[in-house]
Design a protein around this ligand. Sequence first.
Ligand SMILES: C[S@@+](CC[C@H](N)C(=O)[O-])C[C@H]1O[C@@H](n2cnc3c(N)ncnc32)[C@H](O)[C@@H]1O
Length: 246
Amino acid sequence: MAGAFYEEGLTSIHAADYGEVAESGAAMVVQRLARAGLRSGLIVELGCGPGVSARRFVDAGYDVVACDVAQPMVERARALVPEAEITHGDVDDFLWPTSAVAVVAFGEVLSYAMRAEVFDGRVARVVDGARCVLSEGGALVFDLVLAGRAGPRGERHLHHDRRDYELFVDASEDRTQRTLDRFIHGTTRKAPELLIDEHHRQITTDASAIRELLDERGFAVECFGDYNGQPLGATGWGVFFGTKVT
Ligand SMILES: C[S@@+](CC[C@H](N)C(=O)[O-])C[C@H]1O[C@@H](n2cnc3c(N)ncnc32)[C@H](O)[C@@H]1O
């Protein structure tokens, strides 16, 4: 990702206020692995952010190997989960271990790409990588930005005025290019001199395309509207839970 991307200001906001997806994702994975009899082993986490889910995995008895492309995220994750092996690097350069019980990417990690071909290639490689390392019954779990995320007009403007920070997010979606651009501006009260000024581009997809890909590669697929198991809705966000069956 070119330019500012999860620098210190935005990272601190994410760490303080946006842990819900990582918490509920980790809870879902731990519960289902236990049900499958996989109560220990290695979990691969792509885009671990500040380490909230990695912490849950380690506390539940798993080993964790993780990566994240943003250095401030990596520093927080290493401090929160010293037991995990966390590298600073891109998902696209990730060195896969030889075996794992789960591969996860919570918080739209795989959706961050400048072009649709990059996203499509990455998702296919992650699915193939997971297929190689997972034991039977192991899980590949991620969530993605789906087409229609910015609503029917393709634009959305948000303003968060919180005790610890103020954030403006202007999002626009191009349904032809499959891009979702988010321009994020703001400040934190703790360090107002560190202006947040980031552009995040994500690529949208259709749930059916991801379902087909997972199915083709030997995963039993379930799609949800969140990590608490709600049915997939029209929110422009989808959770994909693949269980390796063959
Ligand atoms: C919305 S945050 C989610 C973080 C964490 N998984 C969570 O749920 O709290 C997205 C994360 O993906 C990371 N990320 C985005 N693109 C990445 C890439 N190509 N390789 C590795 N990490 C990436 C970002 O640095 C950021 O930490």
